[in-house]
Design a protein around this ligand. Structure first.
Ligand code: ARG
Length: 300
């Protein structure tokens, strides 16, 4: 009996995997074994059961919104962005993470009566996750941008940031204009820093050819220390931390454009955004957000 069941299960898995391969010809099917192992997309997981749609769970609906997983608030982020989110251990750390966004998220989840789950990934993936229904919100020192607003819905802003330039001491780059002298600029992939740097010179950028994008800010800084790029453009928060923790770096002086940090949900996820926004606005009004920011950023 057990044997039969096992055989049936094995057959079902083969069938469902074939079905996930799409309506391809047998030629395409042959190429699948080499592709399958590298695919991490959930559609190749045969155990994914469509009847487990969390969106239709009644308890969550009573609150006027639903979350990806009932009772949970999944936050996608990139925890390599001090002091907003970073991996840490010790006291006061939430499941291995700490930072301004982490503490705000803990408080938000608490207000909503949800369990916070932090999903750490590359920054560009964190934006995609919320759009693909893999996370409920992206909270990642995320700057409001009109083009992002087309695919996500943004909350009230809870903090501000600026893009700044880090250079090694002794660099001949003394102003932003010097960056135009055939310099290489390191950025974090998918960030506003990359957008500004890679923009055309007519638009105030330096052109794609002068930009190298890294998985996170720390790697961009490391690349600069190794001489692979001449400067790094990144948000002032992490920039201050990198300058503090690496000898021989400094920030350029400048009047940088102010950016608004917001959390974002998937486009059209109005119920959840409203719930998050009212919780966030309460926390802004009663000083909770400022207290969290002050804890990590000494008043300047
Ligand atoms: N503020 C910048 C942006 O929105 C960079 C944010 C990067 N955040 C992170 N957690 N790595 O593009």
């Amino acid at each position: 009996m057990k044997k039969l069941l096992a055989m049936l299960l094995a057959l079902a898995m083969i069938l469902s995997q074939a079905a996930c391969g799409g309506s391809g010809s047998s030629a395409e099917t042959q190429s699948e074994p080499t592709e399958a192992p590298v695919e991490t997309e959930p559609e190749v997981e045969p155990e994914a059961e469509p009847e487990e749609e969390p969106e239709t769970e009644p308890e969550a609906e009573a609150a006027g919104y639903t979350t990806v997983e009932e009772g949970k608030l999944i936050m996608s982020t990139n925890a390599a962005f001090p002091p907003y989110e970073m991996v840490a251990d010790g006291e006061g750390v939430y499941n291995g993470f700490e930072g301004i966004d982490v503490e705000i998220a803990v408080a938000l989840a608490d207000k909503l009566g949800l369990e916070l789950v932090i999903d750490d990934m590359d920054f560009d993936s964190a934006l995609v996750a919320v759009q693909n229904g893999k996370s409920d919100m992206v909270l990642a020192g995320l700057t409001y941008k009109e083009e992002r607003d087309k695919v996500m819905d943004f909350s009230t802003s809870y903090a501000t940031g600026q893009q700044v330039v880090i250079v090694p001491d002794g660099s001949d780059i003394e102003t932003m204009d010097d960056l135009a002298n055939d310099k290489m600029i390191g950025v974090q992939r998918g960030t506003t820093g990359e957008m500004y740097a890679a923009d055309t010179p007519e638009n105030g950028g330096y052109g794609e050819d002068h930009v190298l994008a890294y998985d996170n800010g720390a790697l961009a800084v490391q690349a600069m220390l190794n001489g692979q790029v001449d400067a790094v453009i990144i948000d002032n928060g992490p920039a201050q931390e990198y300058v503090k923790s690496n000898a021989g770096l400094h920030l350029l002086e400048g009047d940088w454009v102010l950016e608004n940090y917001c959390l974002a949900v998937d486009e059209g996820n109005t119920g959840l955004l409203e719930a998050l926004n009212s919780a966030l606005e309460e926390m802004i009004a009663d000083g909770t957000v400022q207290a969290i920011i002050d804890k990590y950023i000494a008043a300047e």
